[in-house]
Design a protein around this ligand. Sequence first.
Ligand code: MN
Length: 338
Amino acid sequence: MVRAVLVPEPGKLVLAEKAVPIIRESTEVLVRVKAGGICGTDLHIFHGTSPVATYPRVIGHEFVGEVVARGRGVTRVREGDHVVVEPIFFCGKCYPCSIGRPNVCENLEVMGVHRDGGFQEYVVVPERNVYPFSKDISWEEAVLMEPFTIALQVADRGNIASSDTVFIIGAGPIGLCILAYLKYLGAQCGISDIIPKRLERAKNLGADFVVHSGEENLEREVLRHFPGGAHVVIDASGLPETFAQAVQLASRAGRVVVLGFHTAPSPIPQASITLRELTIVGSRLQAHKFPQVVALFEERKLQPGKLVSHVFSFERVHEAFALLEHYPEETCKVLLSF
Ligand code: MN
């Protein structure tokens, strides 16, 4: 038997026992999970506020582990390899897939959301979903590879270049991953949050300026540093009002990148989009970003360790969830070790 972090229905979180997963296809690998990252998505699934999840569900879409067995047809990895798992499954036939955007496939399934995920001791996945990395990258650091793929997707969607000025609303784990990647690219970046400790982390990751949005006037601060507005504004906070703010803060010919899943409408006047000819885009999951992120980790270009605030053994998952829910000022990325 293996143990798994299961949400049987909204509001319940249990350590369940299940049969050891078995390789059924020649192209599958068995992975012994070593570490996983808890994401806002996992909290939403627990609370029943995910618009897409189904139950019962073994959660977890950010995870890494060691290959312990493989089907006969597997050629890219072997037993003993350390791998990160790309958690998305797509059909390859629909319109988005046909234009290279499988992350919004019409038949998309995400591990830990639509099918069982990585918060379990062993998991079977197709070989095409795993990417090996060298053993001098720690498990704790490697867990950040998946969140960093989200950052690369945002940079792509926002068409961000090193010469751009970028403002990020929200300094949670995703906002900070985006910041770390954009500073590596060389863009000028400001970032806001209502929690001062998160802004400390942002400074530590190289933010050019930070705005404490509970106390400072966001628009005035952004315009003071970026006259005319930011070339790119990223809403990594995901509230109806932050989306409206993001549009407000963008420069002429600017781009606004939205990551939220909120279903409530935001008041955004047409004139503010048309007069400045803004491009407003959504960014969901990632497409084809794992090889690039693994390479950046191998070259030590990012600072994943700075994003990890806590590590719990997976048996203590309830404590980890409680910490994330009640102490947002103390937490950044909270990991489970297996
Ligand atoms: Mn995530």
